[in-house]
Design a protein around this ligand. Structure first.
Ligand SMILES: *Cc1c(COP(=O)(O)O)cnc(C)c1O
Length: 396
């Protein structure tokens, strides 16, 4: 791999027209990737790119990871899918791994982040309706949050722009993120659930003030509301802990996972306690593909790799290296995040820099309206972080 090959003569990337048979709901960059190894991607003209986005925090083990690839190939040759009408071995193994590293005792598997949040929202509804006789109806979420695009997950998403044209949505009350006083004022005994990202990803890589999650936990306990952490982006090792909320020593009642969990194979999971998991009974909730053999076989490799001694320490070290380097490239700009989810608030739209970086052979992303987002594979090396910084400096 061209880890030492600096290609600062900018790539010429001619416009690629949108495909006439695809719905035009994405703004795509003018690149078509065809292969990848480790932290590197190659396009259809043979150009190499250092991947500092990981398919939006998905490819935690990078590209072509030998064990992940082998496990997927072996499972594909054995059995892809049987449905949840039957016991699924890899699903049981992955659930054990997920629970062993979290507060949870029960797991529901879906296929995406939105579905994981839908499952959590259904638990919250059952909690309000069955356990509390319908007296708990209110759901609270944060401004600037992102929870997905299905109607339920969209209703939790605190971004009016994403709501445009989709009214009426199920009612959700939004409070400013990171503001414990605002959450205190909004809480009441009629609140069934509070949804929070332990660190807002899409909203602009926003780290809440120390103590915020603990205060949310205390408020939910006082009012017997369920605390749901959306760790779709920040969970599964991204911040250097298996789950981001573990930095704060605060446990939720429900947690959503997806993005990195399958290392690129679509999978989502909603983790909860034994008591709350019992609210889902046969017929309450289901997913045809959820937790199938292939997706769970991938998830098992991801979880085992992340749980190996020293792996997450390495994520923390690379994150510190990345933040230190970014502060030099962007003096005076806010550089923030945790582990290998890092944002730089450019105070202007990040799109042009993202496109210039691409032409320097570097894949980066944006978050919110002014933030450059970096989420390299968790297996990125120290030398590759240096290369990332060199390419970004060349693009700046
Ligand atoms: C990406 C994301 C989602 C949505 O996940 P999908 O798989 O696209 O449905 C939900 N919550 C957070 C925090 C995310 O970052």
């Amino acid at each position: 791999m061209p880890a030492t090959m600096r290609t600062f003569a900018a790539y010429d990337l001619p416009t690629i027209a949108p495909h006439p048979h695809l719905v035009q709901n994405y703004r795509r960059s003018d690149v078509r990737f065809v292969s990848g190894t480790g932290s590197w991607l190659r396009d259809d003209a043979g150009r190499d790119y250092l991947d500092a986005l990981s398919g939006i925090a998905v490819n935690a083990l990078g590209h072509g990871h030998p064990e992940l690839t082998a496990a997927i190939a072996a499972q594909a040759g054995r059995l892809l899918h049987t449905s949840n009408l039957f016991h699924v071995g890899p699903q049981e193994e992955l659930a054990e791994l997920l629970c062993a590293h979290s507060f949870a005792q029960r797991v529901f598997f879906g296929n995406s982040g939105a579905e994981a949040n839908e499952a959590a929202l259904k638990i919250v509804r059952l909690w309000g309706n069955q356990v509390h006789g319908g007296r708990k109806t209110r759901v609270i979420a944060a401004q600037g949050s992102f929870h997905g695009r299905t109607i339920g997950a969209l209703s939790l998403t605190g971004n009016p722009h994403y709501h445009e044209g989709f009214a009426p949505l199920p009612p959700v009350q939004f409070v400013p993120y990171g503001d414990a006083a605002a959450l205190t004022a909004a809480m009441g005994d009629d609140v069934a659930g509070v949804f929070l990202e332990p660190l807002q990803g899409e909203g602009g890589v926003i780290v809440p003030p120390a103590g915020y999650l603990a205060q949310a936990r205390a408020l939910c306990d006082r009012h017997r509301a369920l605390l749901c952490f959306d760790e779709v982006q920040v969970g599964t090792g991204r911040t250097g802990k298996m789950y981001c909320h573990q930095w704060d020593g605060v446990a939720p009642d429900c947690m959503s996972l997806a993005k990195a969990l399958g290392g690129g194979v679509p999978i989502g999971a909603m983790l909860t306690t034994a008591e709350l998991g019992a609210l889902f009974k046969p017929g309450t909730h289901a997913s045809t593909f959820g937790g199938n053999h292939l997706a769970c076989a991938a998830g098992v490799v991801v979880m085992k790799t992340l749980a190996a001694p020293g792996f997450l320490d390495q994520v923390v070290a690379r994150g510190e290296q990345l933040q230190a380097g970014l502060k030099k490239i962007f003096p005076g700009k806010a550089v923030r995040g945790r582990g290998l989810l890092v944002g730089v608030d450019l105070n202007e739209a990040p799109g042009p820099l993202v496109q210039r970086a691409l032409r320097q052979g570097l894949v980066v992303g944006s978050a919110g309206t002014t933030v450059l987002r970096l989420a390299p594979p968790l297996i990125i090396t120290a030398a590759e972080i240096d290369e990332l910084l060199a390419r970004l400096a060349a693009a700046e």
